[in-house]
Write a protein that binds this ligand. Sequence first.
Ligand SMILES: NC(=O)c1ccc[n+]([C@@H]2O[C@H](COP(=O)([O-])OP(=O)(O)OC[C@H]3O[C@@H](n4cnc5c(N)ncnc54)[C@H](O)[C@@H]3O)[C@@H](O)[C@H]2O)c1
Length: 333
Amino acid sequence: MIRAGIIGYGYWGPNIVRNLHALDSAKVEVVCDKSASALARVRKAFPDVKTCSDPAEIFNSPTIDAVAIITPVWTHYELAKKALENGKHVFVEKPFTSCASQAEELIELAARKKLTIMVDHTFLFTGAVRKIRELTESGVLGNLYYYDSLRVNLGLFQHDVSVIWDLAPHDLSIMDHLIKGHPEAVVATGEKHLNGKEDIAFITLYFPNNVIAHINVNWLSPVKIRMTLIGGQKKMLVWNDIVADEKIRIYDKGVQIQSGEGLRDLLVSYRSGDMWAPQVEQLEALRVELDYFTDCIQNSKAPFNDGHAGLRVVRMLEAAERSIQKRGELIKL
Ligand SMILES: NC(=O)c1ccc[n+]([C@@H]2O[C@H](COP(=O)([O-])OP(=O)(O)OC[C@H]3O[C@@H](n4cnc5c(N)ncnc54)[C@H](O)[C@@H]3O)[C@@H](O)[C@H]2O)c1
C-alpha cells in the first residue's frame, strides 16, 4: 500500500485525489492546499482524509511514501525537490518543470536517492492513445509520415503560463510516445492578444526519417476541437477525442508514386479502401496511470513517463518558445 500526500486541490487536484482514493494499492493520507476553501472542499468530499496548509507537514511525515504535486508549474521544482530530499516518490503534473535545468537536477536527485518520478502525461493512458500506440508499434500504419493536431477551445486562460506550456505538453508527450526518435528541430509562431502570454500558437517539429509533426493550440477558439491526423505509408487515421463513439477511424488510403521509364510524368496511384473504427478502452486514464504509479514504486520499475520523458517535453517547449520569440526561426534540438 502506497501512502500518498497530495499538494494542490484546485482544478486538477480533485481528479488525482478521487482516483488515488479509489485504488486498493494506495491510501490518500493527507491533502495540502494553501487555500482554506480548497481544504473545506476536501473535507466535504473525503471526510476520512486529513488536510493541511503547509507542504512541510507532508515532507516531514514518516508514514508518507509518495507525494503528488498538482500545483502551477512554477512551483513544481521546489516542491518536487523537497519531496525527493525527504525520501518521497514523486508524481508531478505536466509540464514537469519551468526549464530543462530544473528537470535535469530532479532526475539526478531521484536517481541518487533511488526514488521514482512520474510526470502526469495523462493522455498516454487514454484508451485512444493506447490503441494508436498498438497500431504504430505493430506496423499497421506503416512508416509514419506526419502527426497533425488541432487542440483549441475558449480558455481556460492561465495566469502564469502561455497556451504552449498549458496545452502543447499533451501533444508533445503523445508524439514522444508514438514517434520513433527525438525531434531534431522546432519552428513555432504565435501571438499574444490579452494577457501578455501567447494565446495561440502553431508548432512544427522535425523528427528523423522525414516525420513531421504540427500542433495548433489556441485559447481563443469559439469551439472545442480535439482532432489529430496521423498519416502512415500503409494506413492513415483520424482521432477525434470529442466524440463518444468511434474516436479513432482508420482509413486504408494512400498514395503510391512510380516514375515510368522513358516518361517525363510521374505515375501516381491512389488507394482508397475500407475505413474501420477499432474498439477503444473506456477506462479513466488517470485511474490507469495512478495504478501504474503505485505498481512502479512497489515493484521498482522505471515508468515510461518518468523524469526523462518530462524533460524531453520541457526541452521541446523551451525550443518552441525561443522560436516564437524569434518570429519562427528554426531552433535545433
Ligand atoms: N494532466 C492534465 O490533463 C492536466 C489538466 C489540468 C491541469 N494540469 C496541471 O495541473 C497543475 C495544476 O493546475 P490547476 O489547473 O489545477 O491549477 P489551480 O490553480 O486550479 O490549482 C492549484 C492549487 O494549488 C494550490 N497551491 C499552489 N501552490 C501551493 C503550495 N506551495 N502549497 C500548497 N498549495 C498550493 C493553490 O491554492 C490551488 O488550489 C498544472 O501543472 C497544470 O498544468 C494537468
